[in-house]
Design a protein around this ligand. Structure first.
Ligand SMILES: Nc1ncnc2c1ncn2[C@@H]1O[C@H](COP(=O)(O)OP(=O)(O)OP(=O)(O)O)[C@@H](O)[C@H]1O
Length: 252
């Protein structure tokens, strides 16, 4: 009977078998360390203590969606719950507003500096917004990736398309939607930042943007009063991306 065998009576493989059947104890004289040595001997190589897989690669996560859907609100909350992420700071040519801090709210640059960034192809994407330029400097993303940090970008749907043309499937693209158009309108109205004309433009644009949903990897519904759930879903997506066998690799 296997339970009665001693280490001198059985071969290494048999000892291993005994051990894994849970039949080893001090009483039968076979110490666990001896058994493990026997397993190693049977295997022919020592047990390895190295991680079984390399650490996950840093991610570039692009959060997009129509105006008013809640991109800023979601990112603000994400910043609170996942402090290890780097939230890219946009460069802008507009002048600093009271309370804004250079390097935290925006990188405030001159039009000449911005033009040089465009000429040097050093922007992931840029847009002219009400006469001022806004863009995402590539260097910030490069610096984070080289330090192994995950990067979160917040862009409109057109901006996401531009980034996709540069990074392809190497970034993770998340499309935020409201639960309905009515909910989106209500959210924009409650924000009280839009005139009627601007609301018309934003909702008409949102309809067009929704048609581009297929270009994204994930869609997350940011339902009314459910900001926490939205952020939790995004965290789950990021965790799942970290567990992918084929990791995305960003090079820019
Ligand atoms: N889940 C939610 N439930 C209720 N209100 C929300 C939710 N998410 C965001 N909001 C509110 O909706 C309004 C629009 O959100 P936010 O400004 O974050 O949208 P945005 O997508 O960043 O818009 P834009 O692209 O125009 O800057 C804000 O007043 C915000 O507080």
């Amino acid at each position: 009977m296997a339970g009665c065998a001693s280490s001198t009576e059985v071969g290494s493989a048999a000892v291993a078998e005994v051990m894994f059947k849970g039949e080893i104890n001090e009483a039968n004289g076979l110490k666990q360390t001896q058994a493990l040595t026997a397993v190693e001997t049977a295997l022919g190589t020592p047990f390895s203590n190295s991680p079984q897989v390399p650490p996950p690669k840093p991610l570039v996560i692009v959060i997009s969606g129509p105006s008013g859907v809640g991109k800023d609100a979601v990112i603000k909350r994400l910043q609170e719950v996942r402090r290890e992420f780097h939230f890219v700071v946009t460069a802008t040519t507009r002048s600093k507003r009271p309370g804004e801090v250079d390097g935290i709210d925006y990188y405030f640059v001159t039009k000449e500096e911005f033009r040089k960034l465009i000429d040097d192809k050093e922007l992931l994407e840029f847009a002219l917004v009400y006469g001022d330029y806004k863009g995402i400097p590539k260097q910030q993303v490069r610096d984070c990736i080289s330090k192994g940090l995950d990067v979160v970008l917040r862009v409109d749907v057109q901006g996401a398309a531009t980034i996709r043309s540069i990074l392809g499937s190497n970034a993770v693209f998340i499309f935020l939607v409201a639960e309905s158009e009515v909910a989106l309108v209500k959210r924009l109205a409650e924000r009280k930042t839009e005139s009627i004309d601007k609301m018309v433009l934003r909702i008409a644009t949102a309809r067009e943007e929704l048609k581009r949903l297929q270009e994204f990897d994930y869609v997350v519904v940011n339902a009314d009063g459910q900001l926490e759930k939205t952020v939790k879903t995004i965290c789950c997506i990021i965790d799942a991306e970290k567990a992918r066998v084929l990791q995305r690799t960003v090079t820019i």
